[in-house]
Ligand binder design. Structure first.
Ligand code: ATP
Ligand code: MG
Length: 317
């Protein structure tokens, strides 16, 4: 594994959530927020919390929503030199409401916010040129400037012997702007693929888990780590090996951010040289602990906190 920070690119948002469950935002509601958010921001903040080198490529507005994100990321040790501050556009936002069945409705302001303004700037090139790993997220593919950044950063990271990961977390509300060809190229190129549930089948274009895993590994994906929510996770490698990890038994307060914390933890443990089974165990702990906290980035945790959580929490059998 090459040296240099793990970098991620994409939306930095605030999240504002409805306090009561229900469908959508069609009447006045009690809301709580703003919380720092955005899948790439949550991911990279968790990398930094674990003591991994971490840098983020993004854009915020010159407003309080931008400031709470920048302050949090800086405090946790993320390099924000490649986060631009826009004078013209406000920081992006996501309103979220949980449905009674556990699903979620979102109202996003991303494409026409500062988050939609990310560009391949000199600062982005400088960060990519010293990075050891690039993480890309499906949620970001609708942002126009991302394509050029991902192309540049993938080449830069690979030239230094580094690796890439892809989380195909395409939200139904964001899928329209995404480019199908870019999506498959990112899947094919990934050293590590981090799908959750159905995303595995979507990425492979088949409707059976085993077939999907085989098809993706045959397409050149290095390893697949499948997120199963409360049921835990599984890891499939090109050598045919499989590891399953049962979920921790927790009370789910807020599921948003679990996948990002999980992925960041698995990747960072692996980049630190940990074997896959142990990395998966820590990732499960990080995902489970995240859902016990309200706010997508409020559940990020270092190894000390995770060790305490593991010692005090039972697992499903
Ligand atoms: P996101 O909602 O952030 O997109 P995701 O769908 O990508 O998340 P999940 O499968 O929901 O990912 O969660 C990632 C991991 O976190 C799971 O594989 C599991 O280890 C842990 N996790 C998530 N929800 C729970 C839960 N309710 N109980 C225990 N562990 C959980
Ligand atoms: Mg989920």
């Amino acid at each position: 594994e090459s040296v240099g920070p793990t970098i991620a690119a994409g939306e930095i948002l605030v999240e504002i959530m409805a306090t009561d469950r229900g469908l959508g935002f069609l009447e006045p509601l009690a809301l709580v927020g703003p919380y720092p958010s955005g899948a790439p921001a949550i991911f990279i903040d968790q990398v930094a919390r674990l003591g991994g080198g971490a840098g983020l490529i993004g854009c915020v507005g010159r407003d309080d929503f931008g400031t709470i994100n920048l302050e949090r990321l800086r405090r946790d040790g993320v390099d924000v030199s490649a986060v631009a501050v826009s004078d013209r556009y406000p920081t992006g936002s996501a309103f979220v409401r949980y449905r009674p069945d556990g699903g979620r409705d979102f109202v996003y302001n991303i494409a026409e916010s500062a988050a939609g303004q990310i560009r391949l700037t000199a600062e982005v090139r400088q960060l990519a040129d010293r990075a050891g790993h690039l993480h890309v997220m499906g949620s970001t593919l609708s942002v126009a400037g991302l394509k050029e950044i991902v192309a540049y950063a993938t080449k830069a990271v690979r030239a230094r012997g580094g690796s890439t990961s892809f989380d195909p977390n395409v939200r139904k509300e964001l899928i329209d702007g995404a480019d199908g060809g870019q999506f498959s190229a990112l899947v094919d190129d990934a050293d590590l693929l981090l799908p959750s549930g159905e995303e595995l089948l979507t990425a492979a274009g088949v409707d059976d888990e085993c077939q999907a895993v085989r098809a993706l590994l045959a397409r050149g994906v290095g390893e697949i780590v499948l997120k199963r929510g409360a049921a835990g996770s599984s890891r499939f490698a090109a050598d045919g090996s499989r590891i399953d990890c049962a979920g921790f038994l927790v009370e789910e307060v807020d599921p948003t951010g679990a996948g990002d914390c999980f992925g960041a933890t698995y990747l960072t443990c692996r980049r630190k040289g940990m074997e896959p089974g142990k990395a998966l165990f820590y990732a499960n702990a990080a995902g489970a602990r995240n859902v016990t906290r309200r706010g997508p980035m409020e559940g990020v945790a270092g190894f000390d906190v995770l060790d305490g959580f593991i010692a005090g929490t039972a697992r499903a059998t």
